[in-house]
Ligand binder design. Structure first.
Ligand code: TXA
Ligand code: MG
Length: 327
């Protein structure tokens, strides 16, 4: 394994090399359909401790455990009827379920909570890797704690590259924003802890009942009972200003870059960017973190970013945008 070029292309032997590293408690950045994950053996305290260290993540913020199948996941958490229904419909896919854990998942992974967050990812290389291993993978997003999430292998190389064993190159992530996190422990009070690619309406339609949207909180205390809800998250170094959907204005010589959802017609400017030609929200989401990472390295004084319409995938996008803008 060449130590200075950790990005591994999908070639013969690559998956075996990654599996070997993981068996030795090393970390591998893995592609998923949402964002890149910083993966280690979820059942090894040594590997899990490394994840927290490399990411600079506080030990009170629990990790998601990734399994090759629903059957594998449900040997480590207590599935409810709704969990089985959702797994059947959405796994493999960008939905994370919070359920009561069994003792097999180390307390370090769940930050001492009695619950665990589990998901079955839908990305061919990640799936093939999980199939080779006889343990699940704990993986937070592969960014330094608080920084923008990575959607390309280069993003990981740029921030965590020298600190990890390898980066498995799966190209750009299809969804581009993290999985929906759903707390299913109480069937009478199902809560979305983090909006994502699977939206509330889809879940409600399948389960035939309402789901609550957990409130975002700045307080560390509440962050522990409802972890991952810290307002500041996903932040670039460059300041972000949010403009309501459809309200973009173009300041002259402001030193800022302007980021629209769809290509503004008839305006030619070097400091104007768009996330989709026609405003398709799936495309906006896929390009969102990628564009912010790119612009963050270009020396702009600020990024003026247009919010998405607050519906469907737009809910998750605006959640990320608001957090990215919080300093
Ligand atoms: O799409 C994703 O979910 C990506 C890919 C790599 O799978 N992973 C990811 O992990 O976004 P991370 O660590 O950046 O975010 C995990 C979220 C956090 O908000 C965390 O607080 C929450 O899941 N979480 C984990 N375990 C939990 C638990 N037991 N109860 C409540 N929330 C939990
Ligand atoms: Mg993250």
């Amino acid at each position: 394994m060449p130590p200075r070029e950790p990005i591994l292309k999908d070639e013969p032997g690559t998956l075996e090399a990654c599996a070997d590293l993981l068996r030795k408690d090393q970390l591998v950045a893995v592609p998923t359909e949402t964002v890149y994950g910083l993966a280690g053996n979820a059942l090894s305290e040594k590997a899990v401790r490394r994840i927290f260290n490399v990411k600079g993540r506080p030990l009170i913020d629990p990790l998601i455990t990734h399994f090759k199948s629903a059957a594998a996941a449900f040997t480590h958490v207590h599935a409810t009827e709704f969990a089985e229904t959702l797994a059947e419909e959405f796994w493999p896919g960008p939905l994370t379920l919070v359920l009561e854990k069994m003792p097999t998942i180390p307390d370090l992974v769940t930050a001492g909570l009695t619950s665990a967050a589990v998901r079955v990812p839908n990305q061919p290389l990640m799936q093939a890797l999980l199939q080779q291993l006889d343990f699940p993978l704990a993986a937070p997003s592969a960014n330094p704690f608080g920084y923008v999430s990575p959607t390309r292998p280069e993003h990981v190389a740029h921030t965590l590259g020298p600190k990890i064993g390898a980066i498995l190159d799966g190209g750009i992530c299809r969804h581009g924003i993290e999985s929906t996190v759903l707390d299913l422990r109480n069937s009478d009070n199902i809560r979305i802890l983090r909006p994502g690619p699977i939206c509330a309406q889809e879940i409600e339609g399948l389960l035939g009942r309402k789901v609550q949207q957990a409130k975002v909180s700045k307080s560390g205390k509440e962050a522990q009972t409802s972890p991952g809800q810290l307002t500041k998250h996903y932040s670039p170094n460059t300041k972000i200003e949010i403009v309501e959907n459809g309200q973009l204005k173009f300041p002259l010589d402001s030193g800022a870059a302007v980021v629209a959802n769809k290509r503004p017609l008839g305006i030619e400017r070097d400091d104007l960017y768009w996330l989709s030609e026609d405003g398709d929200l799936a495309e906006v989401a896929q390009n969102f973190f990628d564009t912010i990472q790119k612009l963050d390295r270009m020396g702009y004084e600020a990024l003026i970013i247009e919010a998405a319409p607050e519906e469907g995938l737009g809910v998750a996008l605006n959640d990320r945008l608001r957090r990215a803008a919080t300093r």
